[in-house]
Design a protein around this ligand. Structure first.
Ligand code: MG
Length: 404
């Protein structure tokens, strides 16, 4: 027992925001594989059955769930397992506690959407290492986040596969010798479909991503290419490149995760299997590399690698993101908020897939751009954009629950 305590105390503490989601579950698998992290705090939404299993397995000191009802469900689940419950907190306050836990060296930010924004900012201010999967955080408030990271010394390691690839490609390169970043996009399930077919796509078709198994929100974003647009904005803030130095190329096989072009014309790419555990492990162990838990890429099994120009006529959301970047300030936050509402409305069967782009564009065009240098202006842009999107949907108020 004493030996175990000594070993445990030498392990790095880790907190996960969004532990029951796809990235959260994969992170816990990587932690089991690496055997050098101790889970000190976990935050989840409403899936209390899975959350209880994780708490039993990883014994965090404190946890947070969405609200008091969830906390009660969680206690019931834990009582059934005869496990002494950890300290349970709720809501954004609870997520902030998870994100700033004194013993957390690394914080994995993997909640979906804007809800992870404030807790991630607090973790950055506290100087934690951030393994960032929640791209919305940088889309909404890239300037604020990167400024806070410079001040506290917090390191932000991207978990998003494209940005993780770019991080690997940029290692050791002189910034002045890099001409542009090239993000790859799978093209989603409707890459070869006509405008009409995309207009009338069903929810099941949109959720059927050809290469990646992910949560619902990001899968719909991949189907509209909004995900790639958000990733362009994310890349600007992570790596400090301007929009005209960030390109997107459609690569249906998702084997090349992204590339950089050097001034001499040389291209450096990162390739790998389509499994997020690689990017998660890289972010957790950087600057070291440890033996991975995945089979390496089998070149002989690859049929071909192909590349295409993205079609912004059929996928206007990608273009909206470039326009939001050009406008700057609070505009990306407004676009992101509108998108969260419109994607949820599509998943609820209220609108067509193509309406997502229409609503996002209308909200963005109606948004009055302000400077995005403080929390209040960003939060107010977010709320106003959600309200505009909801009024375009015909006043459904259920989506307001998603507010920051
Ligand atoms: Mg990605």
């Amino acid at each position: 027992m004493l030996l175990y305590s000594i070993v445990a105390s030498r392990m790095k503490g880790i907190s996960i925001l969004g532990s029951t989601g796809s990235i959260g579950c994969n992170t816990l698998k990587v932690i089991e594989h690496l055997n050098e992290f101790r889970v000190v705090a976990l935050g989840a939404g409403r899936n209390m059955e899975k959350f209880a299993e994780q708490i039993v397995r990883f014994a965090p000191e404190m946890v947070s769930c969405e609200d008091d009802d969830c906390a009660e469900m969680l206690l019931n689940e834990l009582n059934r397992s005869n496990v002494r419950p950890p300290r349970i907190e709720t809501g954004e306050k609870g997520l902030v506690e998870v994100a700033t836990h004194a013993e957390a060296h690394t914080v994995v930010s993997a909640t979906v959407g804007a809800i992870g924004f404030v807790p991630t900012l607090r973790a950055i201010e506290a100087g934690k290492r951030i393994a960032l999967a929640n791209k919305e955080t940088l889309v909404i408030a890239g300037e604020l986040m990167t400024k806070a990271a410079r001040k506290s010394g917090a390191e932000i390691l991207p978990v998003d596969s494209e940005h993780n690839a770019l991080h690997q490609c940029l290692r050791g390169e002189r910034r002045s010798e890099v001409k542009r970043l090239i993000l790859t996009a799978s093209g989603g399930p409707f890459r070869t479909n006509s405008r009409e077919e995309i207009e009338n796509a069903t929810i099941a078709e949109a959720l059927n991503h050809p290469n990646w198994k992910m949560g619902d929100k990001i899968t719909i974003d991949s189907a509209t290419l909004m995900n790639k647009g958000l990733e362009v904005i994310e890349a600007k803030w992570l790596f400090g490149f301007e929009a005209d130095q960030i390109s997107v190329v459609v690569h249906p096989q998702s084997v090349v995760h992204s590339m950089i072009e050097m001034v001499d014309g040389s291209i450096i790419a990162q390739l790998g299997v389509t499994d997020m555990k690689h990017a998660i492990q890289y972010a957790l162990t950087y600057p070291e590399r440890k033996t991975g838990c995945l089979e390496p890429l089998d070149f002989m099994a690859l049929n071909q690698l192909t590349f295409e120009e993205p079609d912004i006529e059929r996928f206007p959301c990608l273009d909206l993101a470039y326009k939001a970047l050009a406008k700057g300030g609070t505009t990306p936050a407004a676009l992101n908020a509108a998108n969260e509402i419109s994607v949820q409305a599509f998943l609820d069967g209220k609108i067509k897939l193509s309406d997502i782009g229409r609503i996002n564009e209308a909200v963005m065009n109606g948004h009055k751009t302000e400077q995005a240098s403080d929390l209040e202006s960003i939060l107010s842009a977010d709320i106003n954009a959600r309200e505009s999107a909801i009024s375009l949907l015909g006043g459904s108020s259920a989506c307001l629950a998603q507010q920051v």
